[in-house]
Design a protein around this ligand. Structure first.
Ligand SMILES: Cc1ncc(COP(=O)(O)O)c(C=O)c1O
Ligand SMILES: N[C@@H](CCCC[NH3+])C(=O)O
Length: 440
């Protein structure tokens, strides 16, 4: 077992995170419970920023809030001096509600609605990452109606296949995202945007995928973008002031994963962007990145209570927990792998191999196959590591299971930052079939 950040085993043999005993957290807040190691999030944020600072280049590190969006999380990103990437009215609303500086918000998405774009313009956010021709139309007419100007990036699909799960690659040509870089689409988009006085074309964005371990994909993508700049300069007098190379930096979920330290990605990107800019004799653009998973992924741990068990003789033992695909859909969706341990018996010898099942009505609701644990009994607390990204944010109410609470821990203190959903919350939007007497 590999403990990250401030996680350690305390004198009671319990898992401790941020100086707080997780067994006590489970007692106090109930399970399932998402626990975030705040110091580790800060460390990750600083590591990205310090690398850019030490290289002395203009940059922005935007936290991709789709990985985990909540008011406290957005405030933490702000405390650490990050910018923010949002992809929906809901994420934008959360950011504004959290008091995040609008000028540091970047709005993404392949089908932003008119209302969402109007909300972004109303809030005077920093920039909109335009994804397609329809959006150019909608945004420019909204800007005219609202008498607003806005900075924009154009998202391109550079035709780079990142080596990751098919559903989480985004940079390949056959993708729903962005303007194709090679078939003339991006040139048409540049021309259209340049002709709109309400849109200020800042630069180019690309994002090649997620959970990527090497730097090659980023180098290739940057190369393809810079390969077009002399044409754009000559045809449209357009030289990007910003090149956003997206997020996607891989993290360690299990011992099979061997991620690069985050500074390596940044150093490579800076080297490549500098090299291309010098060759083209253009001013060095600002380099923007937008990590999600690599900021919050390994800082999150989910605590579950163990309940029932089922032995299938000569095949396996299923051990069920009080959550599952409702709080972590990644194993079911991407065959994602996780590690886990008994938080209340961290020093006990592993004596059996079990498979961790969720409680949803789906055979595919399995969190971990073949996990070595001490002999498990009902009431034990299972900690599943590295659930900080795309766990809570992809949680759902399948089977009308209430979403867990979220707790931040730091320096020996725990703070509830998202309340557990109640049954009442679950029915709060429902309306009866028939109006009750006296009601409309
Ligand atoms: C446009 C964009 N930016 C940033 C991210 C964040 O990716 P990750 O969480 O892998 O860093 C994503 C998700 O893949 C994305 O689609
Ligand atoms: N949600 C995905 C990654 C896609 C992120 C957004 N483009 C995951 O859990 O790995």
């Amino acid at each position: 077992m590999y403990l990250q950040g401030t996680s350690k085993i305390n004198q009671l043999g319990h898992l401790e995170i941020g100086g707080v005993d997780t067994v006590e957290l489970a007692k106090q807040y109930g399970t399932p419970l998402y626990v975030y190691d705040v110091a580790l999030i800060r460390e990750r944020a600083r590591s990205f920023k310090n690398t850019f600072e030490s290289l002395g280049v203009p940059y922005q590190v935007a936290y991709a809030s789709k990985a985990f969006s909540s008011i406290a999380m957005v405030q933490l990103a702000n405390e650490e001096g990050l910018s923010l990437d949002v992809v929906s009215g809901g994420e934008l609303y959360t950011a504004l509600k959290a008091g995040f500086p609008p000028e540091k918000i970047h709005f993404h998405g392949n089908n932003k609605s008119i209302d969402e774009l109007a909300m972004a313009l109303e809030a005077n956010i920093g920039c909109i990452v335009i994804d397609n021709f329809y959006e150019i139309d909608v945004l420019s007419s909204l800007c005219r109606q609202m008498n607003k100007k806005v900075a924009v990036l154009l998202r391109v699909t550079p035709g780079v296949e990142a080596h990751t799960h098919d559903y989480i690659t985004t940079g390949q040509e056959d993708s729903k995202f962005g303007f194709d870089l090679h078939n003339g689409q991006i040139e048409k988009a540049i021309e259209l945007v340049k002709n709109q006085s309400h849109l200020q074309l800042l630069g180019i964005h690309c994002h090649i995928g997620s959970q990527i371990f090497g730097t090659e994909g980023f180098v290739l993508a940057a190369g393809k973008i810079f390969g077009k700049i002399s044409i754009w300069k000559e045809k449209f007098q357009f030289v990007p002031k910003v090149v956003n190379l997206g997020g996607g930096f891989g993290i360690r979920y299990t011992k099979e994963d061997d991620p690069l330290p985050m500074n390596v990605y940044v150093e490579k990107m800076v080297e490549v962007v500098k090299g291309h800019s010098e060759k083209l004799q253009i001013p060095l653009p600002e380099i923007w990145i937008e990590p999600g998973r690599s900021l919050v992924g390994d800082a999150g741990t989910t605590l579950y209570s163990i309940g029932s068990q089922k032995v299938v003789p000569n095949i396996r033992k299923y051990v069920a927990v009080d959550g599952g695909m409702s709080d972590n859909i990644r194993p079911a969706l991407y065959q994602a792998k996780y590690e886990g341990a008994l938080a209340n018996r961290m020093n006990d010898e592993c004596s059996e191999t079990v498979s961790i099942a969720g409680k949803c009505c789906e055979s595919g609701d399995m969190l971990i196959w073949d996990l070595s644990l001490p002999t498990v009994k009902a009431g034990d607390i299972l900690a599943v590591f590295c659930t900080g990204a795309y766990g809570y944010s992809m949680a759902n109410n399948y089977n009308r299971i209430a979403r867990p609470a979220v707790v931040f821990v730091e320096n020996g203190e725990a703070r509830l930052v998202v309340k557990r959903e109640t049954y009442e919350d679950l029915v709060s939007l429902d309306l009866p079939l028939k109006a009750e007497v006296g009601q409309p």
